[in-house]
Design a protein around this ligand. Structure first.
Ligand code: UDP
Length: 338
């Protein structure tokens, strides 16, 4: 199958491209290179032995998108990753976030409708659940007001897709990711970042590496077993594989117009559990201190994965130890070590 992968050289996108290519599919990657690195193409080629098709496209420019679809009218399905995704930045620059994440999605859907490409897998996030009333949280849980413009763009894109599916032939699977971590086993692809990390695991690995003196743990007075927040951390390769399961499901099930699946392991780990898991997996001690809560943090969120396990026929398989080992290997690779 020919699959258009928007944001296909980003963190989750690049891992998905590798899995698609391993199965013999042909990804067509588009990216505007605003928060990604073209060098990832070389790395994908090193892993798979083939260079994926790449087009530099600004999705917010309708004409550029239209030209892309004219060039590749025989796309079978789309996986839409491309988005700006930094929570704090979105608070400072809401208009840039709304403009980018919504316009790109609208332009994509307009082109899909015009060119009769009717299958899309959308990257959504557990952020739409906010602080859930019940745990584990399932796909029927109410959508809560977003904590950030970034989170709101995910919610609005879900609404745009839902309405578009009602009005057109387009069908959609929305995948709500919990906390993707880790990297490819080769340590050739992983999460690149400019400047300080945005998530817990790179803070842990940078502290282990000595780039940081201490990990700061945001609050130990939450209503959880050890007082630190609970999250559902999942290996990025498991997330990537779920996209292929989603595409395969859309190819088979022509009666389902829109479906939503949680992508998690179903287990809630605390921040301290993650520190311990890293120490056990690598034998390296993490220097940490407890600091006050971080504004906007949800106390606990982990997935009910029943739907994805049964309907999508997919299950997260990689262990917490594998997640930590791969994250550590990636950190060392970033620093140029073997
Ligand atoms: N966290 C922390 N110290 C850090 C970064 C994150 O204690 O330096 C905590 C954060 O408060 C949250 C968990 O780790 O409870 C996961 O945070 P992350 O930013 O990775 O994901 P998200 O908040 O989006 O779930």
């Amino acid at each position: 199958m020919k699959i258009l992968v928007t944001g296909g050289i980003g963190y989750i996108g690049s891992h998905t491209v590798v899995e698609l290519m391993n199965l013999g599919h042909i990804p067509i990657i588009i990216d505007n290179l605003v928060n990604s690195d073209i060098e990832v193409l070389d790395r994908i080629e090193k892993i798979t032995g083939k260079r994926p098709i790449f087009e530099k496209v600004e999705m917010c420019n309708f004409d550029e998108m239209h030209r892309l679809f004219e060039k590749y009218p025989d796309i079978d399905a789309v996986i839409h990753f491309a988005a700006l995704l930094l929570v704090e930045e979105s608070v400072e620059e809401p208009l840039i976030y709304y403009y980018n994440n919504l316009t790109s999605t609208i332009n994509l859907l307009q082109c899909m409708a015009e060119f009769n490409i009717n299958k899309i897998v959308f990257s959504s996030s557990c952020t739409v659940y906010g602080e859930p009333d019940n745990l584990p949280v399932d796909e029927f849980a109410p959508i809560k007001p977003a904590m950030s413009p970034y989170g709101n763009t995910k919610k609005i894109c879900e609404d745009i897709l839902t309405d578009t599916v009602k009005a057109t032939d387009i069908r959609c699977i929305m995948l709500r990711y919990f906390n993707p971590i880790g990297a490819h086993e080769t340590a050739l692809i992983g999460e690149f970042q400019d400047g300080p990390p945005h998530h817990l695991i790179p803070y842990i690995t940078e502290t282990a590496f000595g780039k940081r003196e201490k990990l700061r743990i945001f609050g130990n007075d939450y209503n959880t077993p050890d007082g630190t927040c609970l999250r559902d951390y999942i290996h990025v390769v498991d997330i990537a594989i779920a996209h292929i399961a989603a595409i395969e499901r859309m190819m088979k099930n022509t009666d389902k117009n829109i479906e939503v699946f949680n992508l998690g392991t179903g287990i809630g780990y605390s921040v301290l559990d993650m520190v311990n898991a890293f120490e056990t997996a690598t034998g390296i001690k993490i220097n940490y201190e407890i600091v006050p809560r971080r504004a906007g943090d949800v106390e606990a969120v982990y997935a009910d994965t029943h739907r994805a396990n049964t309907e999508l026929n997919w299950k997260a398989e990689r262990t917490l130890e594998e997640m930590m080992r791969s994250a550590w290997k990636w950190e060392k690779a970033l620093a140029g070590e073997k």
